[in-house]
Design a protein around this ligand. Structure first.
Ligand code: AHN
Ligand code: ZN
Length: 343
């Protein structure tokens, strides 16, 4: 093609329309392409600061500390004391802390106090990332055969995600690049109406995640938004597997992709399984997606044996014995990596 074009150019020499051809030849895009130069100049991005090391011993200690207060049932003394400790830790890591208090009605009609805790780094930044987990404990063990009316320890269901977020918080003052970060510890997630094994009906779905619903409907920061949100729920049990959660895939597929791809690239594809499972009826990410329109995903354990949550779920077996440092580390470092890679 190039040779034929050049030949016809030679034959046109001396023809009256040759000057027009000559002008056309030098117009951008009309000359035969040169291959010795890149078509567009390459933009080199500045290297990102190294991601800090997520310390699983530290995360484990944060889980154990929460459990040591006793079940963090809304309205209880343990709940009050643990809440105070969480606020103190987050302030100690340099965050501006907003406490959102209020009252919510649970499925029995009973009114209970609510305390959402939001820790903010670089609060002036418009561009933000939201990390969240619930810090309350289920007041009963409705999936157990014994002591069904007693509250559970909630080592995995509640304390694990909060422990990982506290360990991430410990590094946050050192983050000088990229968007601002908010860690939201939601309250009254786990006071939902007990139901059969196969999940929930239309009426009971809204009895869960009351703190996140309250936050999303009345954000304490007017016009609150974020690029994306990541919810950690039951992320600390031994050998836990994390499948792409179906509601997250419907509402926020891009951030799900980011997390599962990052996990695979870090060698954790054996824990972050690249398959979607429908097993979560609702969770804190649903109101955050629905009302605040922040694309948010739930990282939550799926057990192929139960085709649902772990066997310890909402039983007294959800105690420190199910917590494993390796699981805490894997989820913690994947989330920290995704946060650190944002520019
Ligand atoms: C259900 O899907 C029934 N519950 C998800 C919310 C939850 C409860 N997460 C922890 N406990
Ligand atoms: Zn629960």
């Amino acid at each position: 093609m190039g040779t034929r074009m050049s030949l016809s150019l030679v034959r046109s020499l001396g023809k009256p329309w040759f000057p027009i051809l000559l002008v056309l030849y030098f117009l951008p895009g009309c000359a035969p392409e040169r291959t010795d130069q890149p078509a567009t100049p390459t933009k080199t991005l500045a290297p990102l600061p190294a991601t800090p090391l997520f310390d699983q011993d530290s995360a484990y200690a944060f889980v154990a500390k929460q459990v040591s207060f006793g079940p963090r049932v809304p309205g209880s003394k343990a709940h009050q004391q643990c809440g105070d400790w969480l606020v103190g830790k987050l302030k100690g890591y340099g965050a501006e802390v907003i406490e959102q208090t209020g009252q919510v009605s649970v499925y029995t009609g009973q009114k209970i106090p609510l305390r959402n805790i939001m820790a903010r780094w670089n609060p002036e930044a418009k561009d933000r990332i939201l990390l969240f987990a619930h810090w309350d404990t289920r007041p009963f063990a409705d999936k157990d055969d014994e002591r069904r009316n007693e509250p559970i320890d909630g080592a995995n269901d509640g304390a694990s995600g909060v422990g990982q977020l506290l360990e991430i918080a410990r590094h946050m003052a050192g983050k000088q690049h990229g968007p601002g970060v908010d860690i939201l510890l939601t309250d009254v997630e786990d006071y939902g109406q007990p139901s059969g094994t196969m999940g929930m009906d239309e009426n009971s779905v809204d009895t869960w995640a009351l703190g996140a619903q309250y936050f999303a409907k009345n954000p304490p920061v007017p016009g609150y938004s974020a690029r994306f949100g990541i919810l950690l729920d039951m992320t600390g049990a031994r050998d836990a597997l994390f499948y792409r959660e179906s509601l997250s895939m419907q509402m926020a597929p891009a951030i799900v992709n980011r997390i599962w791809k990052t996990a695979a690239s870090m060698g954790h594809g054996d824990r972050f399984i690249n398959e979607t499972k429908y097993f979560v009826g609702t969770d804190d990410h649903v109101p955050i997606n629905r009302y605040l329109r922040i694309p948010s995903t739930d990282i939550i354990q799926y057990d192929p044996g139960t085709k649902g949550f772990g066997t310890h779920w909402h039983t007294h077996e959800d105690n420190m014995e199910v917590i494993d440092k390796e699981t805490l580390r894997i989820v913690g470092r994947v989330v920290l990596e995704v946060v650190w890679q944002e520019r």
